[in-house]
Design a protein around this ligand. Structure first.
Ligand SMILES: [Zn+2]
Length: 72
């Protein structure tokens, strides 16, 4: 496969950079679950947790956001 098509079909997985749904602060990785293909990111500003799952297209989809003190 040529480099061109490889890049087109499998774009480099850049470090995921989400934004907090609440304060739009930067998110950083908090926990990763390879088994469930999900990960939790935490807002640097307000500590809101964001649960993401891997979509079948390869991107990350926000499932829910919750405060640290709330149960899953
Ligand atoms: Zn936030």
């Amino acid at each position: 496969m040529s480099e061109y098509f490889r890049k087109k079909m499998f774009p480099e997985q850049k470090e995921f950079r989400g934004k907090c749904v609440d304060c739009h602060g930067a998110l950083e990785l908090y926990e990763i679950d390879f088994k469930n293909k999900s990960k939790i990111l935490i807002c640097r500003r307000c500590s809101l947790l964001h649960l993401y799952t891997k979509s079948f297209l390869g991107g990350w989809k926000l499932v829910k956001a919750r405060k640290m003190s709330e149960p899953l």
